[in-house]
Design a protein around this ligand. Structure first.
Ligand SMILES: Cc1cc2nc3c(=O)[nH]c(=O)nc-3n(C[C@H](O)[C@H](O)[C@H](O)COP(=O)(O)O)c2cc1C
Length: 362
């Protein structure tokens, strides 16, 4: 199978992309004191040939931080850091910078935030959080009061406004991988009885409200969302992902969003989440394999050729290959990612993976 389908331009409304290969969101723990700095500018600029340059999870509020040195987007200094990233990406390529807004909810930790984590319900996650002092068990979260939901929604709206002011193309609301928004969707993390839980309509409600509030602020065409139906990461146990995500996608389809980004979770649910998304959502779909196996490039091209997905996001391959689109197009050899430098550290394993020579001889 040829990879050509990945290298067709894409147009949807006002959105145009030169090809279909995106950078997946990747936490790298290298934003010192939560402020994007020069090293981060260099890293994203190196990957500016991606169709979408989707950033690492970025906390929209200080209480959303669950990891060391993850960037925030809730104060002026952080916004100025992101503005430098946006400038660097714009100077280096055509990639559209999309900042992923990740509130970690119950898997935040007082070690980072100085306070008890917030969550839909007071249900502690199994496991623990990495800290420089060693692993610490997850804490019992505090249930967000009904009247406090507006405040939490406001975190996303304010961060989205700051993202656009910083020069980003849009934002991706992280409703996947067991973080705050996913915690609202899942039966085992949401036991609310105030209309924001109990049944499918209740569990999707807060996520839909956040999407609509952010879209009202920056435009639906700038608002993306990431979902991982049935994915058990961060101690999520969804009983009926098909029903939950059928309902969520039906609501999302009322808006012509920037995109719906779907992790393919078939190995957990027994059905294709990307196909489920396509069945409901006629707009732009970004697909990512999601931890289980690396997306085979031929398979990705087939998905795009069939129209099931419009864009493919790569994570680990993009860590090791800053010029991944070119390498895939030319069939060039790929550098291997080094897992030991995924999280934390400096330039090593971050900005020192080589690109191909600018012009090849012969
Ligand atoms: C080092 C690392 C950090 C990640 N950080 C995030 C993140 O911040 N937000 C997110 O949605 N997914 C995150 N992921 C998941 C990736 O976006 C992606 O779904 C996963 O790596 C599978 O895709 P791949 O096989 O192309 O790597 C991370 C994955 C890795 C390996």
């Amino acid at each position: 199978m040829s990879v050509d389908a990945l290298f067709q331009p894409y147009t949807h409304g006002n959105l145009t992309l030169p090809h279909r290969v995106a950078l997946a969101p990747l936490t790298r723990n290298r934003a010192k004191d939560t402020i994007p700095g020069d090293l981060n500018v260099e890293y994203y600029a190196q990957r500016a040939s991606a169709a979408f340059v989707i950033t690492e999870g970025t906390q929209p509020s200080a209480d959303g931080q669950g990891y060391l040195d993850t960037p925030g987007l809730h104060n002026d200094e952080q916004q100025a850091g992101w503005a430098k990233v946006a400038e660097g990406v714009a100077a280096a390529g055509e990639g559209k910078l999309v900042i992923q807004l990740m509130h970690t909810g119950r898997v935040a930790h007082s070690f980072y935030t100085g306070e008890q984590p917030l969550a839909p319900s007071a249900v502690t996650a199994d496991g623990g959080v990495f800290t420089p002092e060693g692993q610490k068990p997850y804490e019992l979260p505090r249930e967000i009061a009904t009247e406090e939901l507006e405040t939490v929604k406001g975190y996303y709206v304010d961060a989205a406004r700051r993202a656009i002011a910083a020069g980003a193309y849009g934002v991706e609301l992280h409703a996947a991988n067991g973080y705050l928004l996913h915690q609202f969707l899942s039966e085992n993390t949401n036991t609310r009885t105030d209309g924001y839980g109990t049944d499918v309509a209740g569990r999707i409600r807060f996520v839909v409200e956040v999407v609509e509030a952010v879209a009202a602020e920056i435009g639906a065409e700038r608002t993306g969302i990431r979902i991982s139906p049935g994915h058990p990461f961060n101690d999520i146990a969804e009983v009926d992902p098909r029903a939950t995500y059928d309902a969520l996608l039906t609501e999302l389809a009322r808006h012509d969003l920037l995109y719906v980004h779907v992790l393919e979770t078939e190995s957990y649910t027994g059905y294709s989440a990307v196909e489920q998304a396509r069945a409901h959502f006629a707009g732009t779909i970004v697909a990512n394999e999601g931890f289980s196996e690396e997306f085979d490039v031929d398979g990705a091209a087939k998905l795009v050729a069939a129209g099931t997905a419009d864009v493919i996001a790569y994570g680990r391959r993009f860590i090791a290959n800053p010029d991944l689109p070119r390498r895939l197009q030319e069939g060039a050899e790929l550098n291997e990612p080094n897992q030991r430098t995924f999280y934390q550290g400096g330039a090593k394993g971050y900005t020192d993976y080589p690109a191909l020579e600018t012009s090849s001889v012969g």
